[in-house]
Design a protein around this ligand. Structure first.
Ligand code: WT7
Length: 660
């Protein structure tokens, strides 16, 4: 997750060393039927606020707004001023009213293979019971509810139940430790925690209740813990504990929802920076739902009557909020929800699920794709993936090799790929090709969505020409923008708005460049950018070059302190196939390869052949940790590691392929 508080390097020319000339246009049939047609850009350009006004009308409002945007209190926006709506009603009741009650909202597949098909009518009934149960426990408007659950339908029910009664949910990813959990509960001052006895992950039980038991010892605001029964294993029981199923069963399956102001807080979601206190990003109601729903329909070309959509993100992250819960359900989509990991019980599990449910829209992360590339093409080739028609990517720059693999091996060359750039703070997708419009380039996120203003600027905020690197900024307020950092308005301003206060730009913290066609390339976090002999080189570019070598499955690059060059490039590389290679030979080969792909300046100083890379539970490579290893420092905090053992593995088991 991003942290903008760290030092941002000052000079701004980020050398764009990427060259990509291939383009892939949608088929005429796809283009013809697409939800978003080329004219949509002009329409938005002509009148941006009228454009968003129109998108907001896709939702059901109980009172109209008087003004589309009030930016007078910048940087805290008000969208659809005075409008009133209920988010849960928009995601459920209105579909029932439209005769879609029997449509499946969620196909749930547990890791062990247990399944549920939940219709909109059933989801509505459960959400109503949960809303009544929460209200009976004294949860009211603006009260905070912490949700700490596995990827099971109850997570969706819990979120929508909060939204329905105007409570503010704070979902905490099920992989966080008791410490992280209690600090997030305390920062939000949550009154209720919703958890489960456990969840299933990689064939084992994730003991959530035990972690909650420990966390709530330190959280004075928590009055009740609601426990979903998932694994049915024994749990210790405390006075504040209540079974979810018992509380729901005692409640009627109807609940008449009240409407809330468009700016009513909907949720807080913590993003853990690499250092310091996590930031509780606050999102509100009308603008958030408008942009989540619009982008879900336009970017994925959703046809809710025929598509089966699958986003592999956990609800504990913003992608799970916007593109598992709010966007798809507001649009009346049918989606797949999967509890487990991609390798359980076998490494073809995801492809098996796509075949089984005839998934047509698939949204995942580059890190997952590169893992599958490492596992080999035979696995996806063993399943029928012909139902797929749109593929999405999110979370980090997707390197052209992974993009091409996605296109060829998963998409069989006939699915547009949408590389979607956005952040926890932006709430919804900001930059992405529209699948029926763009001729996409492997590795490029292409352009801002209609209604979104972006630019690439230098340190002073001046637009840089195409072909020159700079900082990505958002030049206009957007409906789903964060309204603040919970309890810390100053930090909100400092982190995102101070830097370009004069221009009023939002500083995204990412490096970017437009190529000579004007298409956008994200270059990674600006704090992941290296400075080698005065040349600025993106870690993402070097990684992309490395993984384009046939022997490289995955690579992570850091800029380590170097007495001569300022920083030296250190690469951690996972090889394909057998590992007992001649470290010196492969090292020299890879250095030359990078030299060829980018230029001699980008040749890594050092290449470390490793078995695993340390990743956060959200799948991001922990560069800071790699930097510690590269610079020979003692290892810091590893509590956010998906698997802490990886650090040991790396530190002890690596082969150094230094250039002699
Ligand atoms: C950061 C935000 C948005 C959901 C998941 C991550 C990076 C995200 C892309 C992309 C290049 C990307 C950026 C951004 N990022 N998507 N398509 N191409 N970079 O949310 O944890 O808030 O992280 O992820 O660096 O700033 P997040």
């Amino acid at each position: 997750m991003s942290d903008f508080d760290s030092d941002v390097v000052d000079p701004v020319r980020i050398d764009n060393l990427n060259q990509e000339n291939r383009t892939f246009a949608p088929t005429p049939e796809f283009a013809r039927q697409a939800f978003a047609q080329p004219g949509i850009y002009d329409e938005a350009d002509q009148d941006r606020l009228a454009f968003w006004d129109k998108q907001a009308q896709r939702l059901n409002w109980t009172s109209p707004w008087s003004e589309v945007l009030d930016w007078s209190q910048a940087p805290v926006a008000k969208w659809f001023v005075g409008g009133r709506l209920n988010v849960a009603e928009n995601c459920l009741d209105r579909h029932l009213a439209n005769g879609l009650g029997e449509r499946v909202a969620i196909y749930f597949e547990g890791e062990a293979g247990d399944t549920r098909a939940i219709t909109y009518a059933q989801l509505h009934a459960e959400v109503c019971q949960a809303a009544n149960a929460l209200a009976a426990l004294g949860v009211g408007e603006l009260d905070r509810v912490a949700i700490y659950l596995p990827m099971i339908p109850e997570a969706v029910v819990a979120m929508l139940a909060c939204a329905r009664i105007g409570a503010v949910h704070n979902v905490i990813f099920g992989g966080f430790s008791a410490d992280s959990l209690s600090s997030r509960i305390n920062d939000a001052e949550a009154k209720v925690v919703i958890t489960a006895d456990g969840g299933f992950r990689r064939g084992k039980e994730l003991p959530l209740k035990i972690i909650v038991d420990e966390a709530v010892k330190l959280t004075p605001t928590v009055e009740h813990v609601l426990v979903v029964q998932r694994t049915k294993s024994d749990v210790e029981w405390f006075e504040h504990d209540l079974w979810w199923h018992e509380q729901l069963a005692a409640q009627p399956a109807e609940h008449s929802a009240q409407s809330f102001d468009s700016e009513h807080p909907l949720f807080i979601l913590y993003t853990s920076g690499t250092t310091g206190k996590p930031k509780g990003i606050l999102h509100t109601t009308g603008g958030y739902l408008t942009q989540a729903a619009f982008t879900h329909a336009a970017v994925f070309d959703l046809n809710p009557d025929t598509d089966v959509y699958w986003c592999t993100a956990d609800v504990g992250w913003i992608t799970g909020h916007s593109y598992v819960v709010y966007g798809p359900l507001a649009n009346g989509a049918t989606q797949l929800m999967y509890e487990g990991t991609p390798d359980t019980p076998h490494r073809g599990r995801w492809w098996e699920l796509i075949e089984k449910y005839r998934v047509s829209i698939f949204y995942t992360a580059p890190t997952a794709l590169r893992t599958f590339m490492k596992w080999g093409d035979e696995l996806p080739a063993g399943f029928d993936l012909s139902s797929l028609r749109v593929l999405g990517s999110v979370g980090e720059p997707i390197n052209p090799e992974a993009w091409m693999w996605y296109r060829e091996v998963i998409g069989h060359n006939n699915c547009p790929i949408v590389d979607t750039w956005w952040q926890t703070e932006t709430g919804a997708i900001m930059i992405s090709p529209l699948p029926g419009v763009a001729a996409t380039k492997p590795g490029s996120a292409m352009r801002a969505l209609p209604g979104i203003g972006i630019d690439v600027v230098d340190a002073e905020g001046t637009h840089v020409p195409d072909g020159v690197g700079g900082y990505l900024v958002l030049t206009e307020p957007w409906p789903s923008m964060a309204r603040g950092i919970w309890g810390d308005p100053e930090r909100f301003i400092e982190t995102y708005w101070q830097r370009y206060a004069k221009q009023g730009f939002y500083f995204a913290g990412d490096g970017a460049t437009r190529d000579l066609d004007g298409d956008l390339w994200l270059l990674g976090r600006v704090d992941d950018v290296m400075n080698v002999s005065g040349h600025r080189i993106s870690t993402a570019e070097v990684e992309s070059a490395l993984v384009s070598h046939p022997r490289v499955a995955e690579a992570a690059v850091v800029g380590a302190k170097d007495d001569v060059t300022g920083q030296g490039i250190v690469a951690f590389v996972i090889l394909r196939g057998e590992n007992n290679v001649d470290a010196d030979t492969i090292g020299a080969e890879l250095r030359n390869h990078v030299g060829q792909e980018i230029g001699p300046i980008a040749k890594p100083r050092q290449i470390m052949i490793v078995q695993e890379l340390p990743k956060t539970r959200s799948g991001k490579i922990m560069r800071r940790l790699l930097l510690d290893i590269a610079e020979g420092r003692a290892l810091g905090d590893v509590t956010t590691l998906a698997d802490p053992a990886v650090v040991q593995l790396i530190a002890s088991g690596m082969t150094t392929a230094d250039d002699a």
